[in-house]
Design a protein around this ligand. Structure first.
Ligand code: FES
Length: 357
């Protein structure tokens, strides 16, 4: 989900390890987490595992958006995370969904996620809005970070609607590090834009709020062509916003460091139609050139599991019984795909596939 234009600064793996070790030291021994950690007899869990949380509060944040505060049921510290991280949430129905953490990374006592209700989505957001209550327990996995905040002399954050969620902890981090930043926050209407009041508490940078019904549709050239030299640009919102950022920055400043995260399926590029036979379901379905195999499969098997729709979480993995796969996931070349494919992104080379679904 992180894309880079040109050859801006790239911290090496070694530097990142040192930085995270220093960060962990500071959190524990300088910022006062030591008392909280030492007061709990249980060992602190590492990130990346499944664990149970209890919903503390559910708070309306805007029209159609609620936030959920999540805590350890026994009050133990939650696994550490960094800005841009997300967790996988396993809902009581069995659905698995991913949400960015949008609280303060230094607060190990709680996580906060925010969920926009999508009436035409796969049902996960409706389940959260309609069925979850304070005190319910959920299994979550993570935190994992596919949208990390790099070191930079300055930041430009651009958020569309619910895309503000991973940006909030980035603002917190930038403020803590006293790095100049600017946030441009877009949405259809002010009432539908979550955390507007909370943004007033950030004083270390500029916040520009632009609802479409007051200011009109945003002009990507206006947003990105004024990017300060050397700034890292973080974009989270509709796919069109990220595409526009890429186009404008490639002309304006090809060395700019661009990082994007989207909350919807990646658009199909250079797609060709093909047919899938689903052996266990004893049916078949045609995949159009501009849709994913997952979208087509959901027409005939509505309950099929999926989550990120971007080829990295693995939830949609299906066994391949016949046919040649055009793998478009994020498994490195030569990685073990084990006779399977990620149906949200991968396609057919042979015009037909048979899957174990
Ligand atoms: S849904 Fe996440 S990899 Fe396909």
């Amino acid at each position: 989900m992180t894309a880079r234009v040109g050859s801006g600064f790239r911290p090496g793996a070694g530097l990142r390890m040192i930085a995270s070790a220093v960060d962990a030291y500071k959190r524990v021994f300088v910022e006062g987490d030591a008392a909280r950690l030492l007061s709990h007899p249980r060992p602190v869990r590492h990130s990346g595992y499944d664990f149970e949380v209890e919903i503390g509060r559910i708070t309306p944040e805007a029209d159609g958006v609620v936030s959920l505060e999540l805590r350890d049921p026994d009050g133990a510290p939650l696994p550490a995370w960094t800005p841009g991280a997300h967790i996988d949430v396993f809902l009581p129905s069995g659905r698995q969904r991913q949400y960015s953490l949008n609280s303060d990374p230094a607060d190990r006592c709680r996580y906060r996620i925010a969920v926009r209700r999508l009436d035409n989505g796969g049902g996960g957001s409706r389940e959260i809005h309609e069925q979850l209550r304070a005190g319910d327990r959920l299994t979550v996995r993570g935190p994992r970070n596919a949208f990390p905040l790099i070191s930079a002399s300055e930041y430009l954050f651009v958020a569309g609607g619910i895309g503000i969620t991973p940006i909030l902890p980035m603002l917190t981090e930038a403020e803590r590090a006293r790095i100049p930043w600017r946030l441009m926050y877009f949405g259809r209407q002010r009432e539908r834009m979550p955390f507007l009041c909370e943004l007033a508490g950030y004083t270390g940078g500029d916040v520009v709020v632009r609802p479409d019904d007051e200011f009109g549709t945003p002009d990507p050239r206006m947003i990105f062509s004024q990017t300060p030299t050397g700034a890292a640009v973080y974009v989270c919102g509709p796919p069109a916003l990220a595409e526009a950022a890429r186009e404008v920055l490639s002309l304006h400043d090809p060395t700019a460091s661009l990082h994007t995260e989207r909350f919807s399926a990646v658009p199909v590029r250079d797609g060709r139609s093909f047919r899938i036979r689903l052996r266990r379901s004893a049916t078949e379905v045609d995949v159009a050139a501009d849709e994913s195999a997952l979208t087509a499969i959901r027409r005939v098997v509505p309950g099929v599991a999926y989550s990120c729709q971007q080829g990295f979480c693995g939830t949609c993995r299906a066994g391949v019984l016949a046919g040649e796969v055009d793998h478009r996931d994020r498994v490195p070349t030569g990685g073990d795909r084990d006779g399977s494919m990620l149906t949200c992104v991968s396609r057919s080379r042979s015009g037909e596939l048979e899957l174990d679904l």
